[in-house]
Design a protein around this ligand. Structure first.
Ligand code: UDP
Length: 477
């Protein structure tokens, strides 16, 4: 294997005290006390996160915010990104799909794949060892990094493997991914899953921890935006026609204000989205498990109203560890071409530029706020940050009753869950019911925002992590 280059992402420190204004006094008190304890507990230990992409997808989104706040709290948080080639990411995407009980490309996970996987991670391990000191805490994210558990343990680190994905019902396909990864995982001090149902049946129960993900209320993705700024960002990005009076301004993570200058690609002749008309939105990577073709078909066949459908995802090839994106986008384009011109004009495919991830985030923010109904019709889902993001914006969400989505939405109260996300008629009916009843849509949206405030913000997540890491350090094992 040729030399690889591990890269470091260094989010600027952020002060948690900004959460004071949106939490209850007792919730804030718990956060403030927790962070004081954290400084004592960690001392000079570093907390080093390792994943396989700096942009695109939920894990990168999560690390960006969490590490900034950890650093702001006076703890040495780091984020390293491993390198791999297409062969490696084809294998890890296969693992990703199988852990979601999906065939993916149908390829095998045999000895050849095991060799590709091990060789890439061995090469990365060489570089990582130079950056890790005994006593450091190393958190390895997802199947892409499982092969680093043993080398990191040998480097003297306390090692957690955090798996963000899983299924509610285990099948032979899922087990085949477990079998592939299990030999790499033996030495981890802790296994962290987003929900209890994802825990593998044969891992040491005393080392299991459950920690759900979260969002940052203040990031470019989620910060409050005035409706006039929403309109302005959409116009600047080329999503809405025309130009706006107010600047398309948002606050970047470093604190300064900037104007969105990135422009989206309106894919395959998609038209801009006209202002004032109802919009149904799904934002996600171009991944079959997010079922963008099903969303398109379900909307075309089962929405009675004349709402517009927006499907937005990263520009092809932008997400390093997701080799299937371009092909899936092509499937969506092909499905859209089958529709009548009138239908097609109401379906907008957007490829969002990822060169400046903060501009990208501000565009997603504006899109989510512009939406009348947000959907996440996933067939499987680790957690589904897009759901929490829309809920925080008080949008009513229609989503599959799968994976971590079920932990976020209480059916009928904070959103609508689809028992069978493949049932396109039920999907259409659920979306339509919200479009037809704005009062109910508003009530659901407001309840959703409160749910995020109490349970799904980074502050809650940091306290979860603190509990896990305190336990690990105290156990000293
Ligand atoms: N996302 C984005 N731009 C895109 C598509 C997705 O910023 O073009 C973000 C989305 O807002 C969310 C994350 O990527 O923050 C996706 O996380 P999620 O947990 O929903 O799904 P994953 O991609 O991890 O399967």
């Amino acid at each position: 294997m040729a030399p690889v280059r591990v890269t470091e992402v260094t989010p600027a420190p952020l002060d948690l005290s900004r959460f004071r204004g949106i939490l209850t006094p007792s919730a804030w008190e718990a956060v403030a006390r927790g962070m004081e304890r954290a400084r004592d507990v960690f001392g000079s230990r570093r907390v080093i996160n390792v994943n396989s992409t700096a942009r695109g997808g939920g894990v990168a989104e999560l690390l960006q915010g969490m590490i900034a706040y950890v650093r702001g709290a006076g703890v040495e948080g780091h984020w390293l990104v491993i390198a791999g080639d297409t062969g490696f990411f084809t294998v890890t995407k296969r693992l990703h799909n199988r852990l979601h009980d999906a065939e993916g490309d149908g390829g095998s996970l045999g000895e050849r794949e095991a060799r590709i996987y091990a060789a890439t991670l061995d090469a990365n391990a060489g570089e990582l060892r130079a950056r890790v000191s005994p006593g450091d805490i190393v958190i390895l994210h997802d199947p892409q990094t499982a092969g680093l558990v043993t080398p990191m343990r040998e480097a003297g680190a306390m090692v957690l493997w955090r798996c963000h994905i899983g299924v509610d019902r285990v099948t032979p396909l899922v087990r085949s991914a477990w079998d592939f990864l299990r030999p790499h995982l033996r030495d981890a001090h802790r296994y962290v899953f987003s929900r209890r149902a994802f825990v593998w049946e044969d891992l040491d129960p005393s080392r299991i921890e459950i920690v759900p993900p979260s969002i940052d209320a203040f990031s470019p993705k989620n910060q409050d935006l005035d409706p006039s700024v929403v309109a302005s960002i959409l116009a600047a990005a080329g999503i809405a026609p025309g130009r706006s009076e107010v600047p398309p301004r948002y606050q970047r993570v470093e604190g300064r204000f900037a104007e969105v200058s990135a422009r989206v690609e309106l894919v395959d002749g998609s038209k801009p989205v006209p202002p004032g008309e109802p919009v149904v939105l799904q934002v996600s990577r171009w991944d079959r498990l997010k079922d963008p073709v099903g969303v398109l078909q379900g909307s075309a066949d089962h929405l009675r109203s004349d709402a517009h459908l927006v499907l937005a995802g990263p520009a092809a090839e932008a997400v390093a560890d997701d080799p299937e994106g371009a092909a899936v986008l092509q499937e969506v384009v092909a499905a859209r071409r089958q529709l009548s011109p009138a239908r097609r004009d109401r379906i907008h495919l957007l490829a969002l530029p990822m060169d400046d991830i903060q501009d990208n985030a501000a565009i997603v923010n504006a899109l989510q706020r512009r939406a009348t109904v947000v959907v996440q019709k996933s067939l499987a889902e680790g957690f589904g940050l897009t759901v929490a993001e829309a809920m925080w914006k008080a949008r009513p969400v229609v989503a599959g009753r799968v994976g971590g989505i079920q932990d976020q939405i209480e059916h009928g109260v904070t959103g609508i869950l689809l028992d069978d996300p493949r049932d396109l008629a039920a999907f259409g009916a659920a979306v339509e019911s919200l479009l037809q009843d704005p009062g109910r849509a508003r009530r659901i949206g407001e309840a959703a925002r409160e749910r995020v405030r109490t349970d799904l913000l980074h502050t809650t997540h940091l306290l979860h992590y603190l509990r896990v890491l305190e336990g690990l350090i105290a156990a000293g094992d």
